[in-house]
Design a protein around this ligand. Structure first.
Ligand code: ADP
Ligand code: UDP
Length: 250
């Protein structure tokens, strides 16, 4: 596979064309951002860890019947994915109140929710990714009614599989964001990344009673270094994949 011209550089990844028009070459960067880019830093080793973490998560999901755009990991910071026509949506699933949800409804962070909540934001840096509901998505033509039903079904399936995965490594999956797209042959699939940048992960091994963050809140809230936390997540996920005999795409 040949790496061709750069198509896009975002806040965390660069996308390149390849000699296969259906395949993209993704390079994970060390840049960390928060607050829609208001806070920015270069964190040595972050791209490497996120590339490894999202790869093992996509492999663990595949073993649970959840397909994604992931093709294979190429190097420490690079992977191949299926090229998708992306829905401009941040698809958020919540199992426990935290972050903007806790703030919006005046609920204490850590309050368990009686059912998982699916939320959407319109992905637009200029607008600051505003909240949008199902009617808004269809009315603005961001997805059709049928596409939205499939996206929602997949988001709930991803959540069920991820809750299982993280519970097995003593981590509470509080909430996360995914993105979905459409392949050239019209199939809706999970895309982008699933990493501690995009999930809230709380350590259940810590018995201090305090919340032990193993995710980007360490950076967002100036709570500490993210690298040891991301390394811990990667080590636990790898051990799980090995224990389950999950086939690795690398
Ligand atoms: P952002 O664009 O939010 O700054 P990134 O730096 O992570 O985020 O950039 C990755 C970009 O690639 C995102 O815009 C995402 O929607 C897009 N993307 C993710 N997976 C695919 C895919 N399989 N095909 C095409 N685009 C993708
Ligand atoms: N999230 C993300 N990218 C975003 C916004 C949110 O990956 O642009 C993730 C975030 O890591 C968390 C979940 O989505 O796991 C819910 O985030 P929330 O709406 O609470 O936003 P925040 O408090 O981070 O502003």
């Amino acid at each position: 596979m040949e790496k061709l011209e750069k198509l896009y550089e975002g806040k965390a990844k660069k996308l390149y064309a390849t000699d296969d028009s259906d395949i993209l070459w993704v390079d994970y960067m060390n840049q960390a951002t928060a607050g829609n880019g208001a806070k920015k830093a270069q964190i040595e080793g972050k791209g490497n860890l996120n590339n490894h973490i999202t790869s093992v998560i996509f492999d663990l999901l595949k073993a649970r019947g959840v397909d994604s755009h992931f093709v294979k990991r190429l190097s420490d910071t690079e992977q191949l994915v299926r090229k998708m026509d992306m829905f401009p949506l941040e698809i958020i699933m919540r199992n426990t109140a935290a972050g903007s949800f806790a703030k919006r409804y005046g609920v204490e962070e850590g309050t368990d929710l009686k059912k998982p909540i699916l939320e959407f934001c319109y992905k637009s840096d200029d607008l600051g990714d505003p909240f949008i509901n199902d009617d808004g998505i269809v009315a603005l033509g961001l997805a059709t009614e049928e596409e939205l039903a499939e996206i929602s079904r997949q988001a709930r399936a991803v959540n069920a599989a991820l809750v299982d995965i993280f519970s097995k490594i003593d981590v509470k999956l509080v909430d996360f964001k995914i993105e979905e797209g459409k392949t050239s042959d019209g199939r809706i699939l999970l895309a982008d990344e699933i990493t501690p940048d995009t999930c809230r992960l709380w350590d259940l091994k810590d018995k201090s009673g305090k919340i032990e963050h193993l995710d980007k809140d360490l950076f967002r809230r100036d709570l500490g270094d993210i690298i040891p936390a991301y390394e811990e997540i990667y080590a636990r996920l790898t051990a799980l994949a090995e224990a389950e005999g999950v086939e690795r795409a690398e």
